[in-house]
Every structure is written in C-alpha cells, then in structure tokens.
Design a protein around this ligand. Sequence first.
Ligand code: B12
Length: 462
Amino acid sequence: MLRVLLIDPKVNLPIDVRSSPSLGLAYLAAVSEQRGDDVRVLDMQSHDLSLQQVVAEHPPDVVGITATTVQIESAWRVARELRQLTEARIVLGGPHPTVLPAESVQRPEVDIVVRSEGELTWTDLCDHLENGQPLDELPGITYQREGKVIHNPDRAVIKDVDVLPFPAYHLYRMDRYSNLQPTLDHIEGPSYPILSSRGRPYRCNYCSQILPRGWRARSPESVVSEWRWLVKDLGAAEIGVLDDSFNTDRQPALEICDRIIAEGLNHVPWIMINGIRANLADETLLGRMREAGCIRTAFGVESGNQRILDTVIHKQLTLDQVREAFKAAKAVGMETIGFFIIGLPGETEETMEDTIRFACELDPVVANFSMATPFPGTEMYDQVLEQGRLLVHDWDEFAFFENRAQFETDEMPAELVERKWREAYRRFYLRPHRVMRTLLRKRTWIELPRTARMAWRTVASG
Ligand code: B12
C-alpha cells in the first residue's frame, strides 16, 4: 500500500474548465485503490486547498500530476513546490508529457513520465516503487539514470477496456463542479463524464493523439452498467460522453441506446461533448440517441472548404455529409454544436470565408471557432516548423480560444487569421435570428454578465 496523491493542476483559460472531474485521473485513482493504495485527488481548478495543507494531511509516497500542453508549466510549478514539501516520487502523465517526455524528466522536479494510456503503467510503477525494484524493465515510462534520459519501450494498450474499474468519483468533491456545458444548460445536480471507447481510427493533422491508431470499444453491457451506476447510485443529473469517436461502429452505439431506453435511464439528459463522425451519423442512429436521452451533439466540422478537409487535415469527410448530419440531428430534435478551425496551414482568405459561411448555413446552437493550434506531436506542428513561423513560445499560450494566432506563414499572416476569427464570431452570432434565439434561451439570462464579458473581449480586441 502506498499513499498516493493525484493532482490536476490549474490552467488559466477564458473558458470554464471546472465542468467535471478529470476522467483520466479518476481512472488512475480507481486502479490505484484497487491495488490497495490510500489515494487522494486534488483538482486545483476547483479546490482552493493549498499543497502544504494537502501534503500535511496526506503525506504521499508518490504523486501523479496530469498535464495537457496548456497545463504543463503549471504542472512543473506544482512539482517544484512539492519538491520542497515532500520526498515523494513525482510522476507526470497526460497528453503533453507523453509527446515530450524528455523535456519533463530533464527537470529536477520531475522523476518519471508515464507515457500514453496510464492505468497499467501506473499500477506497475507503484508495485515497483513499493518493492524497491529497478525501473529498467517497466514499459511505458521515461526517466533519468546517471544524467541520461531513458525511454523504456512503449506499453501495449489495454485490449479489453471492460476490465477497468469505474472511475473513483468518491474522491472528488462533486459539489465543486458546474454542469458540463454551463453556458447552455442549468442543471441541478451532478454531471458525470463517461467514456464508451478509447482512441480513434482516423488521424487528422491537427489532433493531439497520445494513443496508437485504433479504436477499442467497451461492451454495451459494461457501458450501461456504469450509466446505471451514475444515474441510480450517484444521482447523475447529466452525463457527458467524452469519446473521440462514439459512432465509429454504429452497432454498439445503437445497443447502448437500446439498453438505456429499456432500463428507463433515458430521463437523464446526456450530451456528446467531443463530436461524433458526421459521415456515420444518420437519422436512425441520431433518432435512437435522442430517444435514449441525448439532447445535444457536437460535430467536428473544422472547415467549410473541401480542399482543406481533403488535402490539409485529412478529415475523410465531405461537406454534403456534414450537411446531412446536421439536418438529421435537427430532424430528430437534437441540438447541435459545430467545431470549426480558422487559420489552418494552407488557408487563404477565401477558404476561411467558406468556413464562416458554412457555419452560418449549418446554424448550430453553438459554433466554436478556434484558431488553429499546432500541438507538439501533431503533423501540423511539424508543418508549421517547416513552412511557417511559430508566434507563441510558452506552452501556456497553446490554447485555442485566445485572441492570438499561434503561427503564420508568408501566405497567411497572423493579422489575417485573427481578423477572420473575430469576423467568424461576429457574423455567426450577430445574425438577427441568432440574437433572438440566444435571447429566448432561459440560460442566457443567468449567463448574461459572463457572455457580455466574453463578447466584449472579442469585439474590443478588433
Ligand atoms: C473532455 C475533454 C475536455 C474537457 C475536460 C473535462 C474534464 N473535467 O476532464 C474540457 C472541455 C474542459 C476540455 C478543455 C480543454 N481541452 Co480537452 N479534451 C477532452 C477530451 C475529449 C477527453 C479527455 C479525457 O477524459 N480522456 C479520457 C481519459 C481516460 O484519458 P486521459 O485524460 O488522456 O488520461 C489518460 C492518459 O493520458 C494518462 N494520464 C493522464 N494524466 C496522467 C497523470 C499521471 C500521473 C499518469 C501516470 C497518467 C496520466 O492516463 C489516463 C488514463 O489512461 C480530450 C481528447 C481525448 N481523447 O483524450 C481532449 C484534450 C485532452 N483536450 C485538449 C485541449 C487542447 C483542451 C484545451 C486546452 C482547449 C482550449 N481551450 O484551448 C482545454 C484545457 C484543458 C486542460 N485542463 O488543460 C487536447 C490536449 C492536447 C494537448 N497536447 O494539450 C485533447 C487531447 C484533444 C485533442 N485531441 O487535441 N477538454
């Protein structure tokens, strides 16, 4: 038994990231408890406890810190502070350290990086640390030995994801979270995330992927038993499906919906947070999802220009398929969210214009325009280093809802991308029927001060 502390460091972003607990850490906490460890989770986003307080109450043997790119500097700060407070081994994991493990282990405040999927490596690592075994045979980690960075071989992914325990939400203060999409809904009661599959069969050039290509679905029985637990035992008032590709295979997706309906769990609303594949979203599937309680789905549209979709981001999607999917979702009474990217490498003013027009044509409830962000480890990152100029230098700035373009090329200056991005928001949201629709949503009034602040930031920065 080890005393384990798992930390989700703070990140400064204009969006609300206190929506729900980090699923990755909740899974790690669950497997650690299964191993017999005494686990504590600290979500620095939503808890105001100091590290001193937590370490004093729960002196850890090992600390695990999660980090995306925009969170990594904060993760290092936390690790530095912990170094002063405890002798515990400090381990980093998550999207950023997975792609740049050496960068973290070369820092004196970090001992080990766990790369990619974490559950098996984490429990194996805890076994090794507890028994004082050497780390050289342990797959999936990077560490330093005698001043040299050692990358042990990769660990194979978990083939049967059904074997994992349910995430350890009892270690979270659920009252500290808002609901999953607080600008759209006001839901009394806790919101929980769920993951029905891991990975994705497609590989778009902008997408940060830490798992090898491939898609592993849980069985519908396993997914629905977790769903039942969330609704009946934990009192979920809302569920957010976080899959990268929920509808890669429509048969299990349909079966999940059928079981939710058959068990009468469909009174609890759920939303697809991360987008489903538009080319696989027909009216039958969407209708069944709606019947099972899904009130809203996102689609990763990215661009309104077919050349950009085909040759730049390899999206394997046609604009007509996207049109059909939005039509089908609206036909079954589901709300839609569209994710769009402005300023992809190779874009021109015309292609960005196509994206703005396409967003207006599709007319989702929410259009999310992000400026293209080249995350390390992606094809886009390499492309930008080769053909363009990176304009941001701190990892803190790799967030795509800021007002600044993060790179430019000779053909696509930052000023143009920033102008089209602001234009996208103005033109999408300031259409008269949009303004009416926004005003008619009950939630709008509760959110008005915050929305006004965001809108002012966008417009004033022009
Ligand atoms: C849901 C989600 C969100 C939610 C988070 C809700 C929440 N409370 O968790 C919201 C909407 C708030 C969000 C926000 C953002 N997100 Co987000 N999000 C996701 C999404 C779709 C799922 C995350 C998830 O739960 N995965 C499932 C769990 C099981 O996997 P995991 O988190 O990776 O954890 C596993 C491993 O990474 C590892 N691991 C993780 N941490 C640790 C720590 C230790 C110690 C160890 C040993 C192992 C380990 O083990 C875990 C279990 O296997 C991912 C895409 C994806 N498929 O992962 C993007 C993703 C994580 N998000 C991304 C981004 C960019 C953002 C934003 C920065 C967007 C922005 N505004 O600019 C923000 C900031 C988030 C932040 N905290 O820094 C990127 C990160 C890329 C990068 N290199 O940084 C991803 C990968 C999407 C992508 N493909 O590009 N996001």
